[in-house]
Structure formats: structure tokens, C-alpha cells
Design a protein. Structure first.
Length: 312
């Protein structure tokens, strides 16, 4: 099978399982680009404790010299670590307080036996924003893949009071056309069966497939190892949110703050329909990138997000 087609098929399988922005802004952006080219210290790792006693880890980029009232919070996808945002933390951190959260069971966060539900995972996001992000700041929430759905569910459950905007990265959002396959989130699927029956081999294939450009072997190995920290049952539970596809579309349509939807070709038609149904939505299609498009084309992605953030 063609490698590009195989990457597409794996990404589609993952999402079938999940579904089973003035001139002043341009000036600020140009000034920021000059700052971004300067050497930026590495992100620091910290942690906080949730209301159910779980220690969650996160990365924080060094605060810019003149932090504003906007902060950026980055959320990784299914079983992936916060460190996957390594190309974004210094670029965004040069201008905004920027954080990347390791969700429970992922990255360097604690791996509890419970809490792998939409209700608890969105509570974790709320508590992270409430406890870690400066109180007077508003948040640009950036969710990739599964975390795009968790970001929408956060809006549904906790409102948009703290949010200045939302960026959803390469995830189905309930628009037509539906991803191929069985879109009943409660149903079994080839993706779930492979997670259950041949986990290591599948994860090695899956992690490689989310990138269009090859990554260092040690990086792939670390991601595969990290993806096995939570139990198989909990990993599958994350793919089984008990909502119909329309649930996500309704949340996106009702969201009143600026919305950015960035996708690869597999979701280009959904992006067009979201923009038609919610005209204020900004969309962007990365046609040569893999599912982790921000890693494959970091300069383009970072510029896009910073342009969006500058208008919030």
C-alpha cells in the first residue's frame, strides 16, 4: 500500500473510533516573528493536583518579557504527550504565556485507574485553567485530534467564560461527510480491536503514520512506550465517548468566540461545511502534512496560530 494512503487510512480509522481572523495585528505579528528567531530557553515542567487527587504534569514556555492577557493552552491527542508540541512552545512562548498539558495517563502525568471519561477529562482541563493559568488571562485553547473533541466538550460542560478562542486541529467535528466506517461510538471497530489484540505493533505503526515526514527513531520509540502507560481498557474508553456525531457540530455552531479549524485533506469537506454553517469560522487545509500537521509543517502552523491569536 502507498505510504501516504496508509497514513490516511490509519488517521481515518482513529477518527471513526472517536466518532464510533488588521493592520495593527500584522505589525504585531511581524515584530513577534523577529522575537521568535531569538534563542528561547526550553520549556519547564511542572505539575498540579486535580480535585480527585491525580497529579497532572505540564510544560510551560518561559514567560515573555511583556506577557499580555492571552494565554495559549495546548492539548495533545489520544495517548500522545505534551512534548509533541515541542516546535510550538518556544514559538508561541515568545509572545504569550504558553502551556502544554499531559492529560491523565499520558506523557508524564499520573496514570490513575479511573477518569478516562469526557466528564472527568474536561474537568481536568477546567481545573488546569483555573489553577495554573493566571486568573486575569483568557485562553486560546488548542486541541488536536481527540483533544479537539475534549475541547468542544469542555465548552459544552464548562462554558466559554475563560476562552478567547478555540483552535481544533485535524479532528472530525460532526459535519458531513461522516468518516467512513461505523460511526457509533459504542461499537467495536478494527481500530479498537487492534489496540486490544496487538497493541505494541499497532502503536508503532500508528505513531509513525501520524507524521508525513519521518521522525527520529528514538522519538517514535518514546511515544510508543508512553502510549502504553494507561491500560488497554482505558485507552479504548477514550475512544468511546457516548455521543452522536451531531453533538460536536452543535457545540461548534453555538460557540460565540473566534474558531479556527485546521485540517488535512481527510477533513477538508467537513471544514468547508463548518465554514458554510458557521461563517465566522476560519479554516485552513494542510494538504502535504500528516495527522500531526503542526509537527510536519511547524513554521506554517505557528504563523497561522499566531495570526489567529493576534486578533483575539
Amino acid at each position: 500500500m502507498n505510504p501516504g494512503r496508509r497514513r490516511l487510512n490509519l488517521a481515518l480509522a482513529a477518527h471513526c473510533a472517536l466518532m464510533s481572523a488588521s493592520s495593527s495585528s500584522s505589525t504585531a505579528l511581524a515584530q513577534g516573528e523577529a522575537q521568535d528567531k531569538q534563542a528561547v530557553p526550553e520549556a519547564a515542567r511542572h505539575s498540579f493536583k486535580t480535585s480527585d487527587g491525580v497529579t497532572l504534569s505540564y510544560l510551560e514556555a518561559p514567560a515573555p518579557a511583556r506577557p499580555g492577557k492571552l494565554c495559549i493552552v495546548l492539548l495533545p491527542g489520544w495517548c500522545m504527550p505534551a512534548s509533541i508540541w515541542q516546535a510550538q512552545l518556544p514559538a508561541f512562548g515568545a509572545r504569550y504565556r504558553t502551556f502544554a498539558l499531559d492529560p491523565r495517563g499520558q506523557g508524564e502525568s499520573e496514570v490513575p485507574a479511573t477518569g478516562y471519561t469526557a466528564q472527568r477529562r474536561t474537568a481536568d482541563i477546567k481545573e488546569f485553567i483555573d489553577k495554573v493559568v493566571p486568573k486575569r488571562s483568557r485562553v486560546l485553547l488548542v486541541g488536536w485530534s481527540l483533544a479537539a473533541l475534549e475541547s468542544l466538550e469542555y465548552v459544552h460542560r464548562h462554558g466559554e467564560t475563560r476562552l478567547a478562542g478555540l483552535a481544533l486541529i485535524d479532528s472530525s467535528v460532526g459535519e458531513l461527510p461522516a468518516p467512513p466506517g461505523n460511526n457509533d461510538p459504542k461499537a467495536d471497530s478494527p481500530f479498537k480491536r487492534r489496540v486490544r489484540n496487538e497493541r505494541v505493533a499497532f502503536l508503532e505503526e500508528f505513531v509513525r503514520a501520524i507524521f508525513a515526514k519521518p521522525r527520529p527513531p528514538e522519538e517514535i520509540s518514546a511515544m510508543v512506550e508512553g502510549a502504553q502507560r494507561m491500560s488497554v481498557d482505558n485507552a479504548i474508553a477514550l475512544l468511546s465517548m457516548p455521543y452522536p456525531r451531531e453533538h460536536w457540530k452543535e457545540i461548534a455552531h453555538a460557540f460565540t468566540q473566534p474558531l479556527l479549524y485546521v485540517v488535512t485533506p481527510q477533513f477538508a469537506a467537513q471544514a468547508g461545511n463548518l465554514q458554510k454553517n458557521r461563517p465566522a469560522t476560519r479554516i485552513e487545509v494542510f494538504r502535504q502534512a500528516g495527522h500531526a500537521l503542526f509537527a510536519d509543517e511547524p513554521e506554517r502552523f505557528n504563523k497561522l496560530l499566531l495570526e489567529f491569536a493576534a486578533k483575539l
